[in-house]
Design a protein around this ligand. Structure first.
Ligand SMILES: NC(=O)c1ccc[n+]([C@@H]2O[C@H](COP(=O)([O-])OP(=O)(O)OC[C@H]3O[C@@H](n4cnc5c(N)ncnc54)[C@H](O)[C@@H]3O)[C@@H](O)[C@H]2O)c1
Length: 330
């Protein structure tokens, strides 16, 4: 079976590609486990570090959202699609047309390409808690309506609806995951408004100062890179009946305040490391971030077998192990 990962050289995409290669198998449209014989990594950008040297990998560098591109990516033998390519929150807010074209029109084009397959592929989509916003309850529940207040959030929810309807029609077997903020992001900061949540851990551990644009009491709903990759794989292995008429699920996570994060950083890396975080409020970032929910009581995902992390210290320790080669700049 061939598997396609859009956004496959991005932060989560790279990890997912590695995990798919390690797993080696996925269920097909009929739920039968099939060997992954080809893994197509689609992205506009080449990876920051080489992809694993594996004969199953095929790379397709280019814009998946351009006319005709998705049809080339979704070949007849494609049994599973992980759709991660996106313009992230800060950029989608500033570049409205670009965000609409890639995040919404691109999803529709990808779905149309899937529709042309002889049997419906499983498609796992990376949505976001940016689906919630505005006048929200204090605690988000499974039944809380999506009321996005950013273009990015609207594009994600619009894509969820498209995936749901294409699934209802039997054109695709879609599954949308509303991701918490994934922390700790490796590499360089990105244009996501939530970028600081990783920066305040990543930079100090490498001996650099980190500017935190929001207050210490700001709560963030987080999940680790390891856990989110497990959630993507789990989403692809669940039978269609597990989703029923609702093709979207809010993933589990944990609420931590920025203050909690810095305290955990001090415990793992020492006070000197934690002192490298400097608070400098940025009204543009604050406006976006304070509009996001931070407290959740979601049970559907747990009932379906999705799992969150055990604690924030463990997330930092995993980052040191996975991305810093075990090394901390004291
Ligand atoms: N990381 C998070 O905290 C988080 C939280 C919620 C949702 N998400 C969603 O998860 C997905 C992956 O996130 P990430 O953190 O890995 O982001 P990322 O920016 O690291 O990766 C996205 C990838 O998509 C690629 N891309 C963008 N436009 C493209 C196009 N037109 N054609 C082909 N490739 C294109 C980018 O080059 C990038 O490599 C995104 O859809 C994002 O919106 C992420």
């Amino acid at each position: 079976m061939r598997v396609l990962v859009t956004g496959g050289t991005g932060f989560i995409g790279r990890r997912l590609v590695k995990a798919l290669l390690q797993r080696g198998r996925l269920p097909d449209a009929l739920g039968r486990e099939q060997e992954i014989t080809q893994l197509c990594v689609s992205d506009v950008a080449e990876p920051p570090a080489p992809l694993p040297a594996d004969p199953r990998i095929e790379t397709a560098y280019g814009d998946f959202s351009l006319e005709g591109a998705a049809a080339d990516l979704v070949t007849e033998d494609t049994g599973a699609v992980f759709h991660l390519a996106a313009i992230v929150s800060g950029q989608a807010e500033q570049e409205f047309d670009l965000g609409m074209r890639i995040n919404l029109d691109g999803t529709r084009r990808l779905l149309e390409a899937c529709r042309a397959l002889p049997s419906p592929a499983r498609l796992v989509f990376s949505s976001s808690v940016a689906a919630y916003g505005g006048d929200m309850p204090d605690v988000i529940e499974d039944a809380t309506p999506a009321t996005p207040q950013t273009s990015y959030g609207s594009q994600k929810v619009g894509s969820e609806y498209l995936i749901s309807d294409y699934s209802r029609k039997g054109f695709v077997d879609g599954r949308s995951l509303r991701l918490p903020t994934i922390v700790v992001r490796a590499g360089k900061p990105n244009a996501a408004a939530s970028s600081f949540a990783s920066g305040i851990i990543r930079e100090p551990l490498q001996g650099e100062e980190a500017i935190c644009p929001v207050r210490a009491e700001t709560g963030v709903w987080v999940l680790s890179p390891r856990a989110v990759v497990d959630c993507f794989l789990h989403a692809a292995t669940l039978p269609a009946e597990a989703w029923g008429m609702n093709r979207t699920v809010a993933l589990p996570g944990m609420t931590v305040t920025v203050g909690d994060m810095v305290a955990a950083l001090a415990e793992v890396g020492g006070a000197q490391v934690a002192s490298r975080v400097r608070f400098e409020p940025d009204p543009f970032i604050e406006r976006i971030v304070y509009g996001w929910p931070s407290r959740f009581s979601v049970h559907r995902a747990a009932g379906m077998g999705f799992k969150a992390d055990d604690g924030f210290k463990g997330i930092i320790e995993a980052f040191i192990q996975d991305d810093l080669g075990g090394h901390v700049a004291a």
